[in-house]
Write a protein that binds this ligand. Structure first.
Ligand SMILES: [Zn+2]
Ligand SMILES: [Zn+2]
Length: 349
């Protein structure tokens, strides 16, 4: 079968990949579509250190082909959206509704693939850039068959991360003010999360003026190209500022923009050793700085919720898909993503 493999030196679209059968508690999924997210590129450029060789991809959707022993919540033929969270479902964190904090959910990559007799690692417990993948049962979330799989593919990373940060982590309330710095794949989802939450003022900031139309479509009430101009739009500061770029000076700007009791939510990924500064005295007015992993999501609940909101026309998914590419055109998809020509490119099988 076909799949996108990174061996540490180069990326190839292989056609001789194999995947093992699903074991107990696992699901074999025929992937129909998978979004190209910045994190895939970060594996290739080394920003995210990951063992190799690895099959890339981590936001996908497809059709269940087979289930292993003990799996009853999905069956062959079901449409599913895949999460990247291979949480155990049985520890204290999972049990209290924090599967993103499960210690089994990160840092233990499996190797369900092989090529020429050699095993390959699975990226983010997912590897959606393959015709078939094996995931844990908790990762396969049933979705309505009417939901286009090219759109459903995006729920598993960009939507869970962006909308989840607003609803689950920041808990934006009706009437709140929100600033979103950076309107790429995650930023657009933060914007629509803020709209769904009922925020009254939603300011989008992006240095690229070409992003304005999409930002307004997803929920921005104001669009600015310079973070320094936000004070004019919100003289008292903002209730919530989401940094979605990952630059330390913008982390600082996010904190400086907070109103009393405001919170800065850090979603961008600076280099692992980057340091940002802030003025501690500013935080005394009940301000806070929040990290957020994977939208603090509970995928079995949240993916169903987002599928419902999509069906009601309240959550935009189709509009996130700028372009689809057959998997063989992976290189072209990367070029377009790096040039900022697409909100999301989606590979199809
Ligand atoms: Zn991602
Ligand atoms: Zn757990």
């Amino acid at each position: 079968m076909r799949g996108v493999v990174f061996d540490g030196e180069q990326v190839v679209v292989a056609d001789d990949l194999e995947v093992r059968d699903p074991g107990p508690g696992e699901v074999l999924v025929a992937v129909a579509a998978a979004g190209l997210c910045h994190s895939d590129l970060s594996v290739i450029d080394g920003t995210i250190p990951f063992p190799r060789p690895v099959v890339l991809g981590h936001e996908g959707a497809g059709v269940v082909e087979a289930v292993g022993a003990g799996v009853t919540h999905v069956a062959a033929g079901d449409h599913v959206s895949l999460s990247t969270l291979a949480n155990c479902g049985a520890c204290a964190e999972c049990d209290r509704g924090r599967p993103t904090m499960c210690r089994k959910a990160i840092g233990m990559p499996g190797r369900p693939f092989s090529r020429g007799g050699k095993e390959l690692f699975q990226f983010a417990s997912n590897s959606a850039f393959a015709e078939r993948t094996v995931v844990k049962a908790v990762q396969a979330v049933k979705i309505p068959a009417e939901l286009p799989l090219t759109s459903a593919a995006l729920i598993g990373c960009g939507v869970l991360t962006g909308v989840g940060a607003v609803l689950n982590r920041a808990r934006v309330a009706v009437g709140d003010s929100v600033v979103v710095i950076g309107t790429g794949g995650v930023g657009l989802n933060v914007l629509q999360g803020a709209r769904i939450a009922g925020a009254s003022t939603i300011v989008a900031v992006d240095a690229n003026p070409a992003k304005e139309e999409a930002a307004r479509q997803f929920g921005a009430t104001t669009f600015l190209t310079d973070v320094a101009a936000v004070r004019e739009a919100l003289p008292d500061g903002a209730g919530h500022v989401f940094e979605c770029v990952g630059r330390t000076e913008l982390v600082r700007a996010a904190i400086d923009l907070l109103d009393r009791h405001g919170q800065a939510v850090l979603l961008g990924m600076p280099a692992a050793d980057a340091e940002a500064s802030f003025v501690p005295a500013q935080l005394f007015l009940d301000k806070s700085i929040l990290g957020c992993r994977y939208g603090s999501s509970r995928p079995q609940r949240d993916i169903r919720l987002y599928a419902d909101l999509y069906a009601q026309g309240r959550l935009l998914l189709d509009e996130l898909v700028t372009r689809t590419y057959p998997v063989e055109d992976f290189g072209k998809a990367v070029e377009d993503a790096e040039a900022g020509r697409v909100a999301r490119g989606v590979l199809t099988f």
